[in-house]
Structures are given as C-alpha cells and as structure tokens.
Write a protein that binds this ligand. Structure first.
Ligand code: GLC
Length: 476
C-alpha cells in the first residue's frame, strides 16, 4: 500500500509540539515490505533543511486565486528518517523560520495543500491513502473529491487525524476563489458557522476520522469547540486511536543527551546522576523532590495555573521542593513565570524557549512531571516521563485519562480532577509523601518504565483502518 502522510510538522525536520513527534514516528513504524510510506510537509527554513541533502524531484506553477506561485518538491536523499520525506518549497510563504503564527497562515497552508495535490495528481503512481493531520491539511479531502483538476485522485481514500480540535483553519467565503474550480453544488461541504472551516470540511469529506485518544473522541462531542454537533453526526465514521511514542528516540538506555544512561533494572543511580546534573544547571539542591513542566505555555495546557501553584506549594513546603519549567507561548504566562524568579531564587527556574536536549535531560532528571491540561487530546509527555522513570501528575482529561491511573488505585501516576491550583497542590502533597517512601516510589517508576507505548501495534491499527476504507471504496 502507498501511504502519504500530510501535515504541518514532522520531527526532527520542524517541531512545535506533539504533532511533529507523531508525524515523525508513526510513518517509520508503518514502512515495511508491504507498505511504502512517505510524508509531505512545507519546507520551512529550519536547521534540518540546511544540514541535509535534498534533490528537487518536481516543480510547477500554481494559482491561489489571482496570485501566482511557484513550488518545488524536495526529496530527502538518504531516507534517514525511516520513510520518504518530501518538503514542499513555496518561496516567500514558507522560507521563514517559524511554522505558524503568521498573518497569512490561511494562504500559506492552502497553497501547501494545493501544491501537494498538484504534485501527486501528476505522478504515475498515486497513493492508496492520504492521511491528513489537523486543519492545515483539512481541505485536501474536499479538493480531491470535488475540484475538477484533481479528478484522478477522486477515488483515493482519505483520513483525517485530529490532534487538536480547537484550531480549525477558519476563513470567510470572500476567499472561496482561492480554491481550484469545483461544482458549487458541493459548497456545503466546506461550510460551518457561515465560514469555510478547514477542519469541519475534513470531517465531512474524509472516509474516516480519528482522534488521538478515545476519551478525547467522547469529549469533543460536548466540549466547547464549536463542532460538537458535527462530531455527533459523524460518530459512525470516527474512532479514537491512542498515539504511540518513538521508542528509539526516547530510550534512557541509549539517549545520548543524558548525563548517564539507565534502564528499568538500574534506574536508581542513573536517575540520581541525571538529577544532579540537571539541578546543577539551575543551581538547585538535588536532594529535594523536583517537579517539572515541559510544554507550550497556554491556558489549554493549564500553564496559567503554574505560577499560583508554585507560589502556594513553595509556601506550604517552606522551600523543601524544587520546580523547573520549560516552554514558551503566551506572553502573559511567560511573564508571570519570569517574575517568580525574583521571589524563589533557589527552588525554581524557568527556561523560556524550546530546547529538545533540555527536555530529554528534564524527563530523565525530574521526579515528577506536572501535566495540568484543561484539554489534552492525547499527550505524549506522560509517556516520555514514564519511559524515563518520572512520575506524571496529570489532570484526568483526554489521553491523560486513558494512560494514567492514580497510584492509590494501584496505578502508574498521580491524578487530579480539576484544572485548579488547589487540585494540583493536593496532588503535589501526595507526591511529596510518596517521595519519602523510597520503595513505593520505586515501584511506580518501574511500572511506568515497563509500560509499552510503542507504535508497533498502534501503527497496525491504522493499517487495518486504511484497508477497511479502501475495501469500502471498492465495494461502492
Ligand atoms: C497535539 C495535542 C496533544 C497530542 C499531540 C499529538 O499537540 O495537544 O495532546 O499528544 O497533538 O497527537
């Protein structure tokens, strides 16, 4: 089977969040003698692009409404990622350092999708399945079904995986002329709330919809995302498939970014050494329990609760615990966290920015990882934490609920129900008590490290789904 994944990010080429980790690893586990798997993302100006070799395999000229744009398809020549990587180069729109947050994101990602369709519709072998990820690729199913130009792709099966339903790629009908020609009879397939809604269109036009956990699939039917009734309508073509993690990249016994490697059989010394190293970077005392947070600093992730939680916990525990925060995002949250540095000089540090190496060191060197998300479609951090023997403290939502059970119920982590500083502090209190019981905490670390979140069987679940929808298309 020929499988093409299309998305906005792919680790290690371009990463903002977990989407990159999934697109950078799932294809690797699907690629075998039966399946030929490739990934197409836009060509940003990233280090990976500069440091690796690419050959231009295709180019063309296209239109986005009245704007003309050239594009080229660059293929990475060494297949070092374990699948074929194609970067879609569109000068001016993508040769920028960041992935998102430009004013013309709608034009950027629409041009990208049009270029992908133009390229594959001209190929002699077209994919059997196009696997779209999130709203940046949400108009592909519509365009391939209805735009006359892509007639050849009409019968190709398409699925959309929703990694985050809050972002939907919405724009007004004034920009309808950006899309290649199609019969207006199908216009409803683009519309939600009187706008063109890329995610809603993908939900309507894809053969199947997946979310990255089962609980998230249930939550989006009633949570406040604006698409609730649409999700309810398409329930019979939707399913939750929990993400896996790349066990090669995230392996404390081989991770070259760590101070000392360790595994489940000898983690005590390894974790201690990594903790000492991490604490020395931020001048913190390694004898105290270390609570970390890694991620984007947004309300959705509960990051607005961190400053209050930290002040309150450090007051209660009279500075007997340490906190480390890594991330960036909302300026107001960044400022709150930076201000705390003035108050808590010895027990707290925040690193604003994204740093993959520091993230690995933090998973290895921390005792507990805070994940107080309001919304968490899957969450990979709890899986990385467990793999490194660090105990996740999670709010029961989405994929966090599906992966973490409280240790008092014989589980692998610590859970709380509300996204509130009070609830997180209660969980921290239970964590501090646990920390003093070396045997008990060791058992939970072992449980986490032994949990299998590899892609092996999950990637197979996707293949079965592809076969199912391809089969259905043949029946019709
Ligand atoms: C998004 C979601 C996160 C998920 C990731 C990969 O970043 O917020 O929960 O783990 O995508 O699917």
């Amino acid at each position: 089977m020929e499988i093409l994944h299309v998305g906005a990010e792919c680790y290690p080429v371009a990463k903002v969040g977990g989407l990159a980790d999934v697109i950078g690893s799932l294809p690797k586990y699907q690629n075998n003698k039966n399946n030929n798997v490739s990934v197409a993302i836009p060509c940003y100006q990233t280090v990976f692009r500069l440091e690796n070799n690419f050959e231009c395999i295709h180019w063309g000229k296209l239109k986005l409404g009245q704007f003309n744009f050239p594009y080229s398809v660059l293929k990475e020549t060494t297949d070092k990622l374990g699948f074929e990587l194609y970067l879609i180069e569109i000068p001016e729109l993508f040769d920028r350092p960041n992935v998102y947050s430009y004013r013309d994101d709608i034009e950027r990602f629409l041009s990208f999708q049009i270029a992908v369709l133009d390229w594959i519709s001209g190929r002699s072998s077209i994919p059997d399945i196009i696997h779209c990820h999130d709203h940046h690729t949400g108009l592909i199913p519509f365009m391939k079904n209805y735009c006359c130009k892509y007639e050849k792709l009409k019968n190709v099966a398409a699925i959309i995986t929703i990694h985050n339903g809050l972002y939907q790629g919405i724009f007004t009908f004034n920009k309808l002329y950006y899309l290649p020609e199609f019969d207006l009879i199908h216009i409803k397939e683009l519309e939600w709330g009187n706008c063109i809604n890329s995610l809603a269109s993908a939900i309507k036009c894809s053969d199947e919809i997946t979310t990255v956990s089962t609980t998230y699939l249930n939550e989006i039917n009633y949570s406040d995302n604006g698409l609730e009734t649409l999700f309810q309508r398409v329930r019979n073509k939707s399913r939750g498939i929990l993400n896996g993690i790349d066990m090669d990249v995230w392996d404390p016994s081989r991770d070259t970014m760590l101070e000392m490697n360790y595994s489940v059989t000898d983690f005590s010394e390894g974790k201690q050494k990594n903790k000492e190293h991490l604490c020395s970077l931020f001048k913190m005392n390694p004898d105290k329990p270390l609570f970390s947070f890694i991620g984007r600093l947004y309300n959705e992730k509960g990051a607005d609760l961190l400053a209050k939680t930290i002040s309150s916990a450090l007051t209660t525990y009279k500075n007997e615990i340490n906190f480390l925060i890594l991330g960036y995002g909302d300026i107001e949250i960044e400022n709150q966290l930076k201000q705390l540095l003035e108050v808590y000089k010895e027990n707290y540090h925040v690193h604003i920015g994204y740093n993959e190496e520091l993230a690995h060191k933090t998973y290895a060197g921390s005792d507990f990882l805070l994940i107080p998300s309001r919304i968490e479609p899957c969450g990979l951090n709890q899986m990385y934490a467990m793999r490194y023997g660090t105990i996740p403290i999670v709010r029961r939502t989405g994929g966090l609920r599906d992966t973490i059970i409280d240790f008092e119920d014989n589980g692998n982590g610590i859970c709380h129900d509300q996204a509130s500083a009070e609830d997180i502090c209660d969980a921290i209190q239970r964590a501090v008590n646990l920390y003093s019981d070396k045997d008990a905490i060791g058992q939970i670390r072992i449980k986490g490290m032994n949990t299998d979140h590899s892609w092996e069987h999950v990637s197979q679940e996707y293949i079965e789904l592809y076969n199912l929808i391809i089969g259905k298309r043949h029946e019709n």
